[in-house]
Design a protein around this ligand. Structure first.
Ligand SMILES: [Zn+2]
Ligand SMILES: [Zn+2]
Length: 364
């Protein structure tokens, strides 16, 4: 007979949580907009006219493709051109989904100055994806400058998911003041970011590493010349190490869990962790919305390790050889899971079995 305490919903309510210290480490929009109209930071209202004239004659599928190519600001402007335009937009699936399931993201894009950077289709594709863009895990966040879904671990270790001051971009990617004008400016929303909740500097403007690196490659002509340009500008070992890290190819998962691979050495501090990322729901094909589940069991395991109470044999089963236990256990504590992957994870999670002993008997 099945044990009611092992029902998926009961296990999820007992073993998952939403750690505030992690969620507050990123952009938080405390007052989500009430309607699609208010999601847009920079609205331009035009006089309504009764028809879209030549656009009226386009087949609906062509119209839908055109709307996909617009950014969120433009699609909203388009809706204001006429009642017919408004009808097209309101019935556009991607736009409707984004307004319904990611209003904070749209508002955040407006506030950081990137509302016109990504098309409706790009944002919708990211919304409909569960996986982190650079590893095999569930991605609970969106990195706004690149429109990539990402996990905590990749935000922490992948240089392409970092932001820099413009003067740093010049130093590390061989750029001049004139080159910088070709990069999009990211306006940091005032607030506290990162695990230690550091306040962001006032009026802080940043550029993305990914964009600066791509521009540096064009300007310098090759990865080798880019490396030389950086080395000429970095006069200390500390700057050189950071430059090499930022120019390095990010680790790409070949189907393995990046957290369980041997440590890649010291990762330079990210002074702007969290300023460009935000919690991002995922929407499955069947219409199921997920916001990520964090494991209480992994929190228990980490706490036991920190207080020297984690049995050695347990540690050996959780942390592979050549991996630093603190990094792995912290990474697991900070990892978000989809519902399906969470239910699978807790079957093997030592801490989860401590909290719900029936799990051990239920799975043996
Ligand atoms: Zn990842
Ligand atoms: Zn766990």
């Amino acid at each position: 007979m099945s044990n009611p305490s092992l029902e998926p919903e009961i296990l999820i309510s007992r073993l998952s949580h939403r750690p505030r210290h992690l969620l507050r480490a990123m952009i938080t929009i405390t007052s989500p907009p009430q309607s699609p109209d208010s999601t847009l930071a920079d609205r331009v209202w035009t006089n309504r006219v009764s028809s879209l004239t030549s656009l009226d004659r386009l087949p609906p599928e062509i119209m839908s493709t055109l709307l996909d190519m617009l950014d969120i600001q433009s699609i909203s402007r388009f809706a204001r051109v006429s009642f017919r335009g408004d009808t097209f937009v309101q019935s556009h699936r991607a736009y409707r989904d984004l307004v319904a399931f990611a209003p904070q993201v749209l508002l955040a894009l407006g506030r950081v100055g990137l509302i016109d950077l990504h098309s409706v289709a790009e944002l919708h594709t990211a919304l409909r994806t569960e996986r982190c863009a650079t590893c095999i895990e569930y991605g609970a966040f969106l990195f706004l400058p690149t429109c990539e879904r990402c996990c905590w671990e990749c935000l922490r270790y992948n240089p392409s998911l970092r932001m820099l001051l413009p003067k740093e971009a010049k130093r590390y990617f061989g750029l001049s003041e004139r080159h910088l004008q070709r990069l999009r400016t990211f306006y940091v929303i005032p607030g506290k970011y990162g695990i230690s909740a550091n306040p962001a500097p006032e009026h802080c403007r940043l550029v993305s590493v990914k964009a600066a690196r791509a521009l540096g490659l064009v300007v310098q002509g090759s990865a080798e010349k880019l490396a030389h340009a950086m080395a000429r500008r970095c006069k200390s070992t500390r700057l050189l190490v950071k430059g090499r890290y930022l120019q390095g190819e990010p680790a790409v998962s070949q189907g393995q869990d990046l957290l369980l691979l041997p440590s890649q050495g010291n990762i330079p501090t990210d002074n702007f962790f969290g300023v460009a990322s935000i919690l991002f729901s995922s929407l499955s094909k069947s219409g199921r919305v997920e916001d990520g589940l964090w494991c209480r069991g992994c929190e228990v395991t980490l706490r036991q390790y920190d207080s020297l109470r984690l049995p050695r044999d347990v540690l050996a089963t959780v942390v592979p050889p050549n991996c630093e236990p603190q990094r792995v256990l912290l990474g697991l504590e900070r990892r978000a899971w989809s519902k399906e992957s969470f239910l699978d994870h807790i079957k093997h999670c030592y801490g989860a079995r401590q909290l719900v002993p029936e799990l051990a008997t239920g799975n043996d």
